[in-house]
Design a protein around this ligand. Structure first.
Ligand code: BG6
Length: 498
């Protein structure tokens, strides 16, 4: 196990939603398995680990014991029962200090610097705050010279369009070097995304199959059952295009489509992802209107329970035009992918929670064994990210008995059956990477801005439209237009084939 050098993990926004749902539970998981450094207390009964400490920062005046009580009340419930460990939790809390900080007062950053000066090692500043606070926090850190020997972690959304994201990147970039900046896209931390890299670059047999000559189309879906979960006001400012397409879906697309990198170094991998993003065919009004579908959920049922429509969610105005669903076709104009449509789709309140990448292969050159072989997608590779990570290869096999009757069968690799034991969640992996100074799974500025550049014509087109998103009932797979989008190209979404 990799034991990190000493570090202090400074968590801004320590009483916010992200901290309590994701960051602190992930740090606890890593602590519990000893990945945050030696847990001395376990063996000696002495104090908690000294390799790393967490300094929680928020506006609210309180001391460390009060913050621990807050964690008991709010964080505990977000830790899954299978990883819960009462005594590790107590020792984990011992590693957490608290400091109230008023961002409006520069001198308070001096107090922070004074406090941090007593601790050796690298400093990690994790900004689990809204993006409007990124610049004031970075400036405060600079004023106290805390930008040296440190790393900064930025959460999405990083801006709401290209210009605002450039403004944040410029301001942060004037204070921190690019190799100090860790932009999180938590999809990159998912085990199955790592496995996709292993599948593509650790095996010789897939590479010859990974190209236009054999592939008919590729589909990437991130479907959620949840709605906006009480975050109506936030979501109103965001919508599915900014929340999921600009980042998670385009990152997945980049990993699926990239060329083998020169090495697995952070920049070598990120260079290749960037090349894919740059090869995406630019959209115009005509292609947006033809190839991009936006939807918004109405009332319906999820797992037989009635759920309200988006405009009935708290914080959402009744005439909201915000999209909770996007389906689109993207084209990659390069040698490997010319002519292969990439269909991307994401939405809230859909029929099932599933994230997967579906590679549909072309039909056989002619139907020697009958019509069953004449359909694209008879051979299909499905990489499921969640739930139940798996890789499944569909092919046709002969049914036993007389005649040549073919049936679809699949070869299956279900990861949890093959690999037993501790599985890291995305945040746990990414936070450990920050602590250990590994940048490969973080988004570089140019990639992030290129993704904004690509979605810009969609944002512009929608902002000029009076017609809002198309309605779909909660619990379905989005508006019918999402199916019609694929029908235009002679295809269908995977679940419609079954
Ligand atoms: C976040 C979005 O980035 O990803 C949320 O802001 C979304 O709206 C979430 O629910 C989905 O992540 P996961 O890991 O649960 O698929």
């Amino acid at each position: 196990m990799n034991t990190p050098s000493p570090y202090t993990f400074v968590l801004f926004g320590a009483t916010g939603d992200l901290s309590l749902r994701k960051v602190l539970p992930a740090l606890f998981r890593a602590f519990r398995t000893g990945q945050l450094g030696a847990d001395d207390a376990k063996d000696s009964g002495a104090g908690a680990t000294d390799a790393g400490r967490i300094l929680a920062i928020a506006r609210k005046p309180m001391d460390a014991p009060a913050y621990h009580a807050w964690c008991e009340q709010h964080v505990r419930g977000h830790i899954k029962p299978d990883v819960w460990d009462e005594s590790a939790w107590k020792r984990f809390l011992d590693t957490i200090d608290y400091m109230p900080l008023d961002l409006g007062r520069e001198d308070e950053f001096g107090v922070l610097a004074e406090r941090l000066s007593k601790r050796p090692g690298v400093r990690i500043f994790y900004l689990a705050t809204g993006p409007s606070l990124f610049i004031p926090i970075c400036e405060g850190l600079r004023s106290a010279k805390l930008n040296e020997n440190s790393r900064i972690v930025l959460e999405k959304p990083l801006g709401h369009d290209l210009a605002s994201s450039e403004a944040i990147n410029d301001a942060v970039g004037a204070i921190f070097r690019e190799d100090q900046i860790y932009r999180i896209d938590h999809y990159l931390g998912k085990e199955a995304v790592q496995n996709l890299l292993a599948l593509r670059f650790g095996n010789a047999i897939f590479e010859p199959l990974w190209r236009r000559e054999l592939i008919d189309n590729i589909q990437i879906t991130i479907a959620e059952e949840i709605g906006v979960e009480g975050r109506g006001e936030f979501y109103e400012q965001t919508g599915a295009l900014r929340d999921m397409v600009q980042n998670h879906l385009l990152q997945l697309l980049a990993i699926v489509a990239m060329e083998p990198p020169l090495s697995m170094d952070a920049d070598a991998v990120r260079d290749e992802k960037l090349r894919v993003l740059r090869s995406l065919r630019q959209l115009d009004d005509e292609s947006v209107s033809r190839n991009v579908v936006r939807g918004q959920y109405g009332g319906g049922a999820i797992r037989n329970s009635a759920v309200p429509g988006y405009t009935d969610e708290p914080g959402v105005p009744p005439d909201s035009q915000t999209e909770t669903f996007v389906a689109l076709k993207a084209d990659i104009d390069n040698w490997r992918w010319a002519g292969v449509p990439f269909f991307l789709r994401t939405g809230k309140r859909l029929g099932e929670r599933v994230a997967e990448i579906v590679v549909n292969y072309r039909a056989t050159p002619y139907p020697l064994l009958g019509d069953a072989t004449a359909q694209p997608g008879v051979n299909r590779l499905v990489i499921r990210l969640q739930p139940n990570e798996s890789i499944r290869l569909y092919c046709l096999a002969k049914q036993p008995g007389e005649g040549m009757n073919l049936q679809s069968v699949h070869l299956d690799l279900a990861f949890d059956q093959f690999f037993k034991g501790h599985r890291m969640d995305a945040y746990e992996r990414l936070l450990l990477d920050v602590i250990n100074g590994r940048l490969a799974l973080f988004v570089r500025r140019d990639e992030q801005e290129q993704a904004w550049r690509w979605v810009a014509p969609i944002q512009a087109y929608w902002s000029r439209q009076h017609k809002g998103p198309k309605r779909y009932a909660a619990g379905t797979w989005g508006p019918p237009a999402a199916s019609a989008l694929l029908t235009q190209y002679g295809s269908s979404w995977m679940e419609e084939d079954n």
